[in-house]
Design a protein around this ligand. Sequence first.
Ligand code: ADP
Ligand code: GLC
Length: 481
Amino acid sequence: MKKILFAASECVPFVKTGGLADVVGSLPAYYNKDEFDVRVILPKYTFISEKYTGQMESVTHFYMKYMERDCYVGIMTLTYEGIQYYFIDNEDYYSGNAPYTDAYYDLEKFAFFSNAVLSAFPVIGFKPDIIHCHDWQTGLIPVYLKDHYAGDEFYRDIKSVMTIHNLKFQGVWSIDAIKKLSMLSDYYFTYDKLEAYGNGNMLKGGLVYADRVTTVSKTYVEEIKTPEYGEGLHGLMQARSNDLIGIVNGLDYRVYDPENDELIPQTYGVENFRKLKKNNKTALQGKLGLKVDPKVMMIGIVSRLTDQKGFDLINAVMEDLCGDNIQLVILGTGEKRYEDMFSYYAAKFPEKVSANILYAESLSHEIYAACDAFLMPSRFEPCGLSQLMSLRYGTVPIVRETGGLNDTVEPYNEYTHTGTGFSFEHYNAHDMLHVIRYAESVFYDKKREWNRIAERAMQADFSWNRSAREYEELYLEMLEE
Ligand code: ADP
Ligand code: GLC
């Protein structure tokens, strides 16, 4: 049995701000259970629902030296839907209402977490063969494994994988600060290790020291080797290109399943979506105060409202879009300027635009199920799960050809009658508007074609099965070295 431990800052159903949580919370269930024992370790945030904390059991606790202090480390465990989770308990670090709070304090919280994870192995009775680290929050783990833990017989043969879910976030502060938080010596703060552009960089540590680096789509692998997408680390990405692989994310088809989704008013499948899917649209129109009309084209957006997602393109043509015969339903929170933009248009066009500035799991499902199309014009997108959810619900994605969007949405071709969505290449508002209007014309004038696009979207397979096999192969290759 090969033992794998995921270390991450987010994981459904315990804590989620974005797609990272979906991946960490669903992939472990898809490994071959006869060959891989995959467990997950997370911080025990105090806001995790009582529903889960109430069932956790204490494994052990100890005191760990961290920045000259003796810090409490409690280890709790919970088996949930067949997967064993460990939680690092320390209420000084993991209280508050959200996983990320103050930028500097976040660095300390996750540096502490990375230390605690490695200190826990000898006392929890689970020594992984591979530790699979996700994003900057766990970037120090591969460094520690090759550093002070390397001299220790117990840790010597543990391998590490670093997965990049988003290269934009790197865990950066001054060298002095990162030195203090990581407790690493001067030796580590050179340009070929944790130093980058005069600062200390926790993710860079992981990217330099991990045995393998992965990211969440094949297109993003190529993009991050370029200055445009490399977030300053393209040189490192090029240097590690032999150890860098892209494995596209899958979707948890148990949770996102229009035939059995308890969060939507009308379930439907590929056989009957033509007749039934619009019941979700009229229900949502009623609920959100939009004009109830099963025939109007409804376009959805479910997203963190940040620069990454291309909202300045939408802002540039919002007035034009609102002049079209469409409805727009937005669900998201984030940067105030984007929240304000959508709220402004919702006030101006109340029958057409619904701006829901909140985080709501249930409403997200209702939107995926109700809309005809889903808009995701990202500036960059390592993978993207929202478009996979849309495909699954027969909600035709309109995307920019970047990262995982490029790898998962096949553009409609009216001559060959193929494709699962609509796309445009350049980061340009008018190109986006043009393709939205093309989609509108297919929706209104060629309904049978539209329905075939939606049907192919629903039939596309983005379950975890294939991608989980790719991770298994990667692990096996590493363990043979
Ligand atoms: P990212 O991780 O960059 O935010 P993804 O597309 O990979 O983008 O994943 C986003 C996830 O977060 C999806 O599961 C999406 O449904 C969910 N999500 C984003 N915003 C909200 C919101 N306001 N309410 C509910 N779910 C949301
Ligand atoms: C990040 C990316 C998103 C990806 C998710 C899960 O949040 O922005 O594209 O789908 O991680 O890998």
